[in-house]
Design a protein around this ligand. Sequence first.
Ligand code: HEC
Length: 725
Amino acid sequence: MRQQLSRSAGRRVGRTFGVAGIGLALILGAPVAAASKTPAHPLGSAAVDTARMLSADQEPGTWMASGRTYSEQRFSPLTGINKANVSKLGLAWFGDIDTERGQESTPVVVDGVLYITTAWSMVKAYDAASGKKLWDYDPKIDRALGQVACCDVVNRGIAAWQGKIFLGALDGRLIALNGKTGKVEWSVQTTDPKQPYTITQVPRIVKGMVVIGNAGAEYTCRGYVSAYDANSGKMKWRFYTVPAAPGDPTNTPLLEKAAKSWHGEFWKYGGGATAWDTILYDPKTDLVYFGTGNGLSWSQDIRSPGGGDNLFVSSVIAVHAATGKYAWHFQEVPGDEWDYDVTNPLMTADLKIKGQVRHVLMQAPKTGFFYVWDAKTGKLISADKFAPANWASKIDLKTGRPVENPDARYNETKAAIVQPAPLGAHNWHPMAYSPKTGLVYIPVTESSTGFQSAVAKDFQVKDRVYNTGTVSFSDKITSLYGQPGALPRGNIKSYLEAYDPVAQKEVWRAPDKDYGAHGAMVTAGDLVFSGDWSGRFSAYDARTGAKLWSASVQADVVAAPSTYTIAGVQYVALLVGARGLPPGQPRTSESSANNSRLVVFKLGGTAELPSKPMAGGTVAVRRLDPPLLTGTNEQVIDGQGAYGRYCAGCHGQGGVADKSIPDLRYSSALKSLSEWNAIVVEGSRKDKGMVSFKSVLADGQAEAIFHFIISQANKDKASEQAARR
Ligand code: HEC
């Protein structure tokens, strides 16, 4: 038994045991006797390499990569915190974060240091035991870039490798930092800064290379994934996910073939299919997998008139790790029109299927169908619904194609109500798999939305705004929603679901009080940890879903936790803060309007979050209080269209906010058109991420949107009052 206990800064760093397997983990969490006093890796070494990653289970007290291991199961072999003692979990320490946008990263903990990223691509390193801040890094992102970050200016975390910490920054830079000091070692621009690309994903380390994709499929970007040498930052390979214009030098023979699945001058819109979240390296197959997003526009009438599969939109792609050369692909949504990105987390596992152990790749994408593939060949093993979906009835296991509901397609004259809505049944929020229970824990959201194509002949691509070519509010959509038996519009409900990937069936669900998805982690202590949008962090029995422990974290939670040990003590760490505050929760943080924080728990922890509201920070129960509508019907209709195209991506469909961006129905700017224009036209809040829309809005449109929001707020106020009666 190899022991790797190390002493640094006067205490042992909790690296543990060289015996394989989970059985051993039973003794973890109990204080560990010092065996060797030689520091294996001094504090801040970030000494991750392939061998160490491959034997991650032999040091269960580290969380070396965002998904912990190459499999990205987000399963911890630690059992120090378990069903018997989880009720004693308390706050060990916390650190305030200096931004009020969404916090999505999973803490990575290696060699005694805990690393997080925050909104605006900032990195922070803490002593993982004491919570002392060791360093901060701010790449100073131009706040105007917030305009092209479709879904908030978030970042999902770092990768650690041989002393360096890697960050994919919002502005497309890939940055290598010194793990001990946070100083920049190298930085490369992975995108054309003139194009509206952004990066929010975790870089993945593959054989000494850093692999990174990008986002921007709503804004005329063409997707690709690239690999850079981790030491030098030199590019090693790049894989484009969609063809460019005929004759373009980046069109490989594969992409020329893919171009046959497109029609029209699709390249004018960029193509899309950006691989903006999941990237997975599997050492068993030596393949790198990633999922691609939607095409541009969403509407096929505009993107590819006449239809077609539009390869490789909404596909899982496997490439050879060393070269980036194509191995296989699986298109989940041929000719996608519903923003069904399949960029959602991928994981590998060994599952016993029909008596045989199979090495599989799994995904629970936006579409509502859970997929299990053979990881080596991409052959579909099974696919079934893990959440309600009306766009397709099932997946044909022979062809791998969805059996579509013909009513789900839309065009200029035909509307459709589709479930799930574009945010999906499961989006980027990390899911977790326990080899002990055999269950996948998926944060599920149920929602529906209406689609209709914009009028193709009038449609123009515009710079730096949504170019989806769709409308989500129209008379036809309203009338569909008015029909008996129609689905509820918008967000319906959310829950944490335990899903059996072999039997393809739900085993339990833990419903949320307030709607919203939140990442998950599972441990060998048979606990599933996840936060929620009611401001709580909870532990559930991994087998039954019973809630065993819960604590207030005073903020909405979207990120996933991680767990680690230092000197034998097990900690659970989580980033909180996103989209405003939970109902009734006052602001308690000096530096963040949404109480963004890093919170770290341990058994018997006695730290406390500040309980006093900040001055001016009390949140009263919000009531809609708009001025009376003075705009004309024409203005409201014009405003609805312009809002849908230029504002809804950030401020939410129909003016109802779904991110950390203000809900305009409550804005005090509704009381004064000149204040409104100062913000919307003149860009008075540019440095907060609300840029001027002067160059995209036609004359009168800012005012038209103003009247549309007032009209919407009055309608919603009337229905709230009716509901209270
Ligand atoms: C890329 C994201 C994004 C888009 C697109 C966007 N906004 Fe904003 N908007 C923001 C952010 C972020 C804020 C909060 C700024 C702050 O903290 O003061 C904001 C704030 C506002 C406010 C002030 C709200 C308040 O009371 O604090 C108004 C009004 C507003 N936006 C109107 C619009 C309109 C109208 C459009 C479409 C033409 C639009 N926005 C498009 C991100 C966006």
